[in-house]
Design a protein around this ligand. Sequence first.
Ligand code: C2E
Ligand code: CA
Ligand code: CA
Length: 957
Amino acid sequence: MMDKEYDIYLVLGSLVISFLTSFLAISFASFIVWHKKSNSQWWLFGAALNMGLGIWAMHFVGMLALHLSTPVAFEPIRTLFSAIIAVVSAYLAFWTLVSADFKNQVQRKLFGTFVLGSGVASMHYLGMDAMQMFPTIQYDPSLFLLSLIIAYSASFIGLSLFLKSSQQTKQTLFSGANLVSALVIGGAVSGMHYTGMIAATFDYNSYCTVLEEGIRFGALSVMVIGIIVVMLLLSFALIAYEQYIELQELENNKKLYRKVSKEVEKRTQELEQQKGMNERLLETMDAIVVVLDREGKINQFNQTAQTATGYTFKEVKDRFVWEVLIPYEQIDGVKAVFNQLKAGQFPNQHRNDWVSKQGEVITIDWRNSALLDEKGEVDYILGTGVDVTQMIKDQQALELSAVAFNTQEAMVVTDQYGNILKVNQAFEVITEYSLDEVLGKNMQVIQSGRHDKAFYQKLWKEVEVYGFWQGEIWNRRKSGEIFPEWLRITKIMGQQGEVANYIGNFSDISQRKKIEEELEFLAFYDPVTELPNRRLFNDRLEQDLLHCKNGSHALAVLFIDLDNFKHINDTFGHAFGDELLCAFSQKLQDLLSDDITLSRFGGDEFVIIFSELHASMETAMFQCEHMAQIILEALETGLEVLGQHIFVSSSIGIAISSDCKTDSDTLMKQADTAMYQAKNMGKNTFRFYTESIGESMAERFNMEAALRQDLSLDRGIFVVYQPQYNAQKVIIGAEALVRWDSAIYGMVSPVQFIPVAEDSGLIDELGMLVVNKVLDDIQTLGGLFQTSSLQHISINLSIKQLTDPNLANRLLTKFQEHEITPNKVRFEFTESAFLDNALDPKTLFSEMSEIGFTFSLDDFGTGFSSLSYLKELPISELKIDKSFVDGIPHEESDTTICSATIGMALKLGLELVAEGVETQEQFDWLAEQGCDLLQGYLMSRPIPFEEFNKLLKESNQ
Ligand code: C2E
Ligand code: CA
Ligand code: CA
């Protein structure tokens, strides 16, 4: 057996070769993995060459290190073939490692290991065979197996390490994993070789059979070293170049990044400045950054952009931006902007939309700029954008709310305590408060004070419960003016369910209210006099009728119509007429208490409701009459109209309902009818509607009105005289009797109208009128009174007249005015004068008799005659009532009374008059009994003054 000696330096050299070539092979393979080189076949081939030739070179350097005692040479074909096997298996092994075809990492590793391990082993044993030793080299089987195990296991470990290191993000060739992997693979190659060499046994006598034609050691070493050196140099050069390129690229990228980030920073700042109002939005948002290359393909797409769009960088990289992100209808616009930028027109701002992966549209505000290369040409376009989708929404909402806030409607926002936070312009206009004046103040500043506490409590309770209140409310302007508003209060809840704000919206409805009121006014009021119109009047009348149905009181309607208004209107014009109506209305209002409804029906018709009259018809009529009287009298002083003093009168019709069962229409018609009757009575008077009241009672009141009217006009009232004769039928005296020729009633008997005058108080006026007329007539008689037989004229006095304490003076004045002595007149009064306890006629009588008046006790014997009066009072005459005279001479009782009365009178020294003497028998009987004076139809009826005058003259001729 031949000794095997090794040159230790060459052994080391072989180790170095196997390590270096492994390292280079790994490096080439790494580039393939890292850079995904399109020319990866060449890089793979480089790796295979390094690995394969490295194994091969290692083997032969290892063989060179071996010193055999026999010279050896290497058969060239086998030698070449061994190299090819090594390269091919290395190629396959690295292809396995970098190929994308292997999805399964374990398969990849196992296959790579098998290929590489087999290649290493095949190369070695084929290389050994190239020596063609004889006898052939013997191999120890267990060592042979060990050499294979080493080849496979070391290949496995080495390749695993490579795979690991190639997948690391940090792409550096001189990583620990790479170096260890190179060492392990190098170790696999040399370990296998030297184990194989140990396994080999060279026969002692063995010799190389190809010594002559084989490659000798010298040539081999030159060849091996040459190949290795060239390969190493080329490889290193290649790696160095590649690294340089990579570095360059890296540097470029870094530059780009620097540029980009600088621009981003700048643009972000710009955006922030420009979008000052929207700072908050920006604060929470990083800029979207996208870099496009010259063609418009996406080159950079930052995290914000990815988040905003839902696309990863990989998904959009190298795709045209308008193909991925821009909505169809905006593509042309975006392209135009892009072309502008490319043409160097920048910086540029614009807004466009992106469509996200999920299909959502986001709006982005862009600040674009072009990044230039060294030559100043546009290299990339940088877009820095802010997603303004939300901002736009907010802004729109804000604009909307701003529009809403600045409506005609006032708006006020308060905090939960009602303190004012914000008001709009309409608020300022309506309330006259500026925001500054009310800011922080409570809403109470504009409270009017018109509503009570309960009102506000109810309001706020509703707001609390329903979150809402609306209604009409009165508030106060700064000027103090109170105005109505339509207010809505809305409660705004905070996030935690607490009350955050209240919003009040209101509009000033004073105008509306005014119009409403005006409309209502027009509907219910007469625009000229502002009195209720017929409609409102009817309402009220019906109300009042309902109200009085219980019979507690009576109700009356007074229909007032101005007399001759048409004439005034025609003469002075309608404007004047209107003024007159106003003046009249004012006068009426002054007279009436506020609770009485006065209304105008149009034209010159006014109507009054007296709703609270006394339940008794008679008293109610008195009340109405009184009122009508006041109205008529008030007009007597005239009206002031447009600087003129105008006299107008009115006619009043009165309808009374004591049980209030009459319906309003009927009542109105009745009053109207009565009014026309009053007109017919000659105007300036009033009249009751008779039918419903009862003829007699109505008649009395109507008569009174008629009488009053005639009295005031001195119309139809005159005096007649009934002569009084002595037994010789000479006229000694005359009784003045009043007559009333009424326009309505014709001749009315004093028996009828005297009581009316007495009840109404007209008697005073009437009495004075009679006195006046009588005095006038006495004046007319003049000297005849002296020369004739006439001694006095009797005038009847009502007991009502006797109640006037000034009567004596007033009468005296009248007489003095007429220059007539009181003794020419005798006053008749009846016994009923003494029935009134309140009346003490004694003083009056004595006063009057002192003046010179004389008295006659009328209707003697019909009443409650008290003889004591005859003594006490200064009475000159007694008048036997007609009822006693009637019975003369056949009625015994009458004759007895008459003769007794005559006897008494004679005794007392009183004159005696018998009235109602209608027959000669009566005359004779009375004359015979000693009656001084006789009065009756037998001698004369009451006659007009002219006749009386004539009669007097005749009888005294
Ligand atoms: P008297 O004072 O008793 O007046 C007499 C009445 O008898 C008068 O009625 C007269 O026309 C009427 N008479 C006179 N002679 C006869 C006769 O022969 N036969 C009939 N059947 N009647 C006769 P007259 O004028 O209607 O007056 C009625 C009453 O009215 C008067 O009653 C008197 O009380 C009252 N009266 C009349 N004029 C006045 C007056 O001016 N003032 C007041 N206070 N009362 C007056
Ligand atoms: Ca009389
Ligand atoms: Ca009489």
